[in-house]
Design a protein around this ligand. Structure first.
Ligand SMILES: [Zn+2]
Length: 150
């Protein structure tokens, strides 16, 4: 999927949510979403702040605005959060959904990897009264670094 298309899907989804909930459509919610969609799979609040300044120097935001926007984006299901070691990071929900999340049980490292070769099987599972649109899988185990230290 093209980045631009994914961007638009997420943005439309956010606008639908804002309208349905009767919230205000602020420029910050839009720019924070665009910022996250311009970045790699996992981003922290710090990463978002830094990249936002780079992309939208004319829109000044503070940390609490980022927290606030992120919480609305989470509610709108356009991003999701994962616990990475000691911090929370955020991922795009569109264009990043058919992925597998690897979690080390020892150091809590997380990594997202695409697993194209199983998606066909997952989509054809044939669950009654349910159509799969996207999926997220979590695999728990031990990372190479922790395995070496054992
Ligand atoms: Zn580990």
């Amino acid at each position: 999927m093209q980045t631009k298309k994914v961007d638009e899907l997420a943005l439309n989804s956010l606008f639908d949510y804002i309208e349905k909930k009767g919230l205000r459509k602020t420029i910050e919610r839009e720019t924070v979403l665009k910022t996250i969609y311009q970045m790699d799979d996992k981003v922290s609040i710090e990463d978002i702040l830094k990249k936002h300044q780079e992309l939208f120097p004319q829109t000044h935001i503070c940390r609490s605005t980022v927290y606030n926007s992120v919480s609305i984006l989470l509610d709108a299901n356009v991003i999701y959060e994962i616990k990475d070691k000691n911090c929370t990071v955020y991922c795009k929900a569109y264009g990043n959904s058919d992925t597998v999340e690897l979690i080390c049980n020892h150091c809590r490292m997380t990594k997202l990897i695409p697993l194209d070769y199983i998606s066909t099987q997952i989509y054809s599972l044939g669950i009654p009264d349910f159509k799969i649109e996207t999926f997220r899988l979590q695999l728990h185990g031990i990372c190479a670094k922790c395995a070496l230290e054992k």
